[in-house]
Write a protein that binds this ligand. Structure first.
Ligand SMILES: CC(=O)N[C@H]1[C@@H](OP(=O)(O)OP(=O)(O)OC[C@H]2O[C@@H](n3ccc(=O)[nH]c3=O)[C@H](O)[C@@H]2O)O[C@H](CO)[C@@H](O)[C@@H]1O
Ligand SMILES: C=C(OP(=O)(O)O)C(=O)O
Length: 417
């Protein structure tokens, strides 16, 4: 049976919300646990369906995985397989991040092509180009990638685009490579720095992550490691947008304000009063939301594509016109149609969406088409008059740890059935 969210809109969010560990850090870091052939103790792991898929991948190659609350212990000492089951790869686009890690540890990997997903085609040409430059032989047949590299060699990689996944796969592949690898035009997302910190804590020699040039000096051996995942900046941004949509007042804990500056900047433009301290952010909503002139998604530190849908939900109620440009993914406006069912005024033309604010949204039955689009519908439902039913809640489970419970604690009337 398909799960759904049921929301009675119109309740102000008020109180404190704790932000969970970052999905986009956990996935590459879990992939990296195969490297040390030893124990990995990782704290603040969110309870997400994507984490379950990555756990399944680790178990399929012979890792022992134990979860104790939000701590996960991965023992990769008995790793004995380099073929990744296709059903797991198909379930999650980012399972491709295991490629660099297994190749590094085993010198070979067989994995099915991840293919496209709801938000666009998502090719992996940049991942493969980098791995080839490091000396990997890659055969692409019958939907599978068969990769082999007896000894990867450090080299200079120039990425055509600062792809997050290609940067991570190149770093993972370079950990045991002979010599030094330099990645230029690397993605600068905070999750890449979290991966660097994790690898260095197990004896790796990575530097520069968070900047456009990353250096990886190959090492011969790694050891056991203990690490805490950074807070999820997209979850933080989603909670702030939800509070703003309900004219609420919330304080987020476990958040790194610097990671969400681009989002805070836009929320201030909408009239929100935001104060940041060390690990917390407080938002007080205005009585009337203003339209934000424009939102253009860009690689970090630009405005994140993963916050585009949630901000669009908010701007459906802004006073005036907002123009959005989605520059990262080709097909990331599926939530617009659903928001229109709730009374929003949105016109989409290719990469651009024009949102004319309306005085109020009304509850409706809508369907989540992807993860962040689902979060956007929750935000709209919390603000709308009447009842909203969001079908396909499973998309939201990929990236939010019990979002309905977190929202209930600050006064939302939302259930998941
Ligand atoms: C698990 C994870 O961390 N996921 C994030 C990661 O995804 P992901 O790592 O897949 O995103 P990328 O940064 O690689 O993709 C950005 C753009 O580059 C293109 N591209 C990418 C690789 C490639 O080989 N060829 C190519 O053309 C993609 O199609 C896309 O248009 O970064 C995205 C962009 O911030 C986020 O939305 C995702 O939440
Ligand atoms: C697109 C996203 O994730 P993924 O790359 O895991 O599909 C996301 O987190 O919004």
């Amino acid at each position: 049976m398909m799960s759904r969210f049921i929301i009675e809109g119109g309740k102000k969010l008020e109180g404190e919300m704790r932000v969970s560990g970052a999905k986009n850090s956990v996935l590459p870091i879990l992939a990296a646990t195969v490297l040390n052939g030893s124990l990995n103790v990782i704290h603040d792991i969110p309870n997400l369906s994507d984490v379950k898929v990555m756990t399944g991948i680790l178990e399929s190659v012979g890792c022992h995985v134990k979860r104790e609350g939000n701590t996960m212990i991965v023992d990769s000492s008995e790793l004995d397989n380099h073929e990744i089951p296709e059903h797991l790869v198909r379930e999650m686009r980012s399972s491709i991040i295991i490629l660099g890690a297994i190749l590094s540890r085993c010198g070979k990997i067989k994995i099915s092509y991840p293919g496209g997903c709801e938000i666009g085609p998502r090719p992996i040409d940049l991942h493969l180009k980098s791995l080839r430059e490091m000396g990997t032989k890659i055969e692409e047949k019958h939907g599978y990638l068969i990769c082999e590299a007896k000894q990867l060699k450090g080299c200079e990689i120039q990425l055509d685009f600062p792809s997050v996944g290609a940067t991570e796969n190149s770093i993972l592949a370079a950990v045991f490579a002979e010599g030094t690898t330099i990645i230029r035009n690397a993605a600068r997302e905070p999750e890449i720095l979290d991966l660097e910190n994790f690898l260095n804590a197990m004896g790796g020699k990575v530097s520069g992550a968070g900047s456009a040039t990353v250096y990886i000096e190959g090492v011969k051996k790694l050891h056991s490691v203990e690490h805490r995942i950074i807070p999820d900046r997209i979850v933080a941004g989603t909670y702030l947008a939800a509070a703003a949509a309900t004219k609420g007042k919330v304080t987020l804990s476990n958040v790194i304000p610097e990671h969400i500056q681009s989002v805070i900047y836009k929320l201030r433009e909408a009239g929100c009063n935001i104060t940041c301290s060390n690990q917390s952010v407080q938002l007080v909503s205005p009585t009337k939301l203003k339209a934000i002139d424009s939102i253009r998604t860009l690689p970090y530190p630009g405005f994140p594509t993963d916050m585009q849908s949630q901000m669009m939900a908010l701007m459906t109620m802004g006073d005036g016109i907002s123009v959005f440009a989605e520059n990262i993914f080709e097909n990331r406006y599926k939530h617009a149609e659903e928001l229109i069912r709730m009374g929003a005024n949105i016109k989409v033309d290719g990469r651009v969406a024009i949102i004319r604010g309306v005085p109020k949204l009304t509850g409706a039955t809508v369907s989540a088409k992807d993860l962040r689009g689902g979060a956007a519908l929750i935000i709209a439902g919390l603000a709308a008059e009447g009842t909203t039913i969001i079908e396909n809640a499973k998309h939201v489970d990929r990236g939010y740890d019990d979002i309905h419970e977190v929202l209930q604690q600050v006064g939302a009337q939302i259930t998941k059935v």
